[in-house]
Ligand binder design. Structure first.
Ligand SMILES: Cc1ncc(COP(=O)(O)O)c(C=O)c1O
Length: 379
């Protein structure tokens, strides 16, 4: 039997940790119960398990359990934060500030709000993908009602200077939202220290199950996107999926416990990959700036190569091309465009994402496979 492909697409989705699956399993059957029904023991046990999960997620980001609302993922959390806060605060103003390298689940809701008459300022980033806090300061106005800046970028790994941005938003009383889908298991995030008022999280980016996420809310509820049975204070109604909540909680606890050591391990593996590829392929270039990026993510340009075509030559590696995120639109990645790459450079970009189950042997094999594939592509 052929060896399974080496999975190097962790920023897209992480495999569920077996300890997470183990924690979830009883809640699918033996321990199933409506967590919103306190009249029977099964319901009360499910509710208790959900509250424990809420505490575990809160602990990961220095929040209080009551400040965590479950959603279906970071996409929904971002939509709820942006649409919901825009509606809740529109009497004070209609100006929102964000950054060009944000995920589509931030930029698209803001485009929709712009069509509804909100004024959206999209700040540029530098070649490393960083937004300058000075630019944020200059963009703020008396009618600014929300700022949204991601914690770590999904394509190039850039860590934004949230502490500085949080301090200046706080000084002006403007809520700061941060999409931390890519950061929660990689950075020590403390919502109080960073001055963050809303934060979006996703379980399937930190070895938890797909289909669940959370929105951290410091104070002041957004207008709900959905109407229903009043669960999650009515801000996000719908029966909570107990197994997914439990899995997310377990994943958050594991991520918090492993974070420091895991980042050191991933940094060493990333360096091994980068150095190994560079030795084989002196022409490759690295997008972004490793000094300002999360460990485990390499965004590489292979001059003269179409990355999507290259991936066809690498069936044993699960990777993403720079264009993959926008495959449906056919446009080059907006993140790569934002850091100044032209369409050809974006087209030649491959994202390699390492994670919890990546070992040295995987890295060495990836170096060999990519190193062998490029010369034949260049012909
Ligand atoms: C930065 C960022 N935000 C949001 C999302 C969307 O997360 P989800 O898949 O949980 O909706 C992703 C994942 O694609 C992401 O990388």
């Amino acid at each position: 039997m052929a060896a399974p492909a080496i999975y190097l697409d962790y920023p897209a989705t992480t495999p569920c940790d077996p300890r997470v699956i183990e924690a979830m399993l009883p809640f699918f059957s033996a321990k199933a119960g409506n967590p919103h029904n306190r009249q029977h023991a099964a319901g009360r046990a499910a509710a208790a398990a959900i509250e424990q999960a809420r505490s575990q997620i809160a602990a990961l980001i220095g929040a209080r359990p009551a400040q965590i609302l479950f959603t279906s993922g970071a996409t929904e959390a971002n939509n709820l934060a942006l649409h919901g806060m825009a509606r809740a605060r529109q009497a004070r103003g209609r100006h929102i500030v964000t950054v060009a390298s944000e995920h589509a689940s931030v930029l698209e809701p803001l485009r929709a709000l712009a069509r509804d008459g909100f004024d959206i300022t999209v700040l540029p980033v530098d070649a490393a993908g960083l937004v300058d806090p000075e630019r944020v300061a200059h963009a703020l106005r008396p009618d600014t009602i929300l700022v949204s800046v991601m914690a770590a970028n999904n394509e190039i790994g850039t860590i934004q200077p949230l502490g500085a941005i949080g301090a200046l938003c706080r000084a002006r009383g403007i809520p700061l939202h941060s999409d931390a889908a890519q950061a929660a298991d990689r950075l020590a995030l403390d919502v109080d220290a960073l001055g963050i008022d809303l934060m979006s999280l996703s379980a399937h980016k930190l070895y938890g199950p797909p289909g669940i996420g959370a929105l951290y809310l410091r104070a002041g509820d957004p207008v709900p996107l959905l109407q229903g049975g009043g669960q999650e204070r009515g801000v996000r109604p719908g029966t909570l999926p107990t197994p997914l909540c439990v899995g997310f909680g377990q994943a958050a606890a594991l991520a918090g416990a492993a974070r420091t050591a895991e980042q050191v391990r991933l940094a060493a593996l990333t360096d091994r990959l980068w150095q190994g590829l560079r030795r084989r392929l002196p022409d490759i270039r690295r997008n972004g700036d490793p000094a300002h990026s999360v460990a485990g993510l390499l965004s590489l340009r292979f001059p003269g190569i179409d990355a999507t075509a290259l991936m066809e030559d690498l069936p044993d590696l699960a990777l993403s091309s720079g264009a993959a995120c926008n495959a449906a639109s056919g446009l080059p990645s907006s993140v790569l465009t934002a850091i100044g790459l032209d369409a050809a450079a974006a087209q030649s970009t491959l994202r390699i994402g390492l994670g919890r189950f990546t070992g040295e042997a995987d890295i060495d094999r990836a170096i060999q496979l990519i190193g062998d594939a490029i010369p034949s592509r260049l012909g």
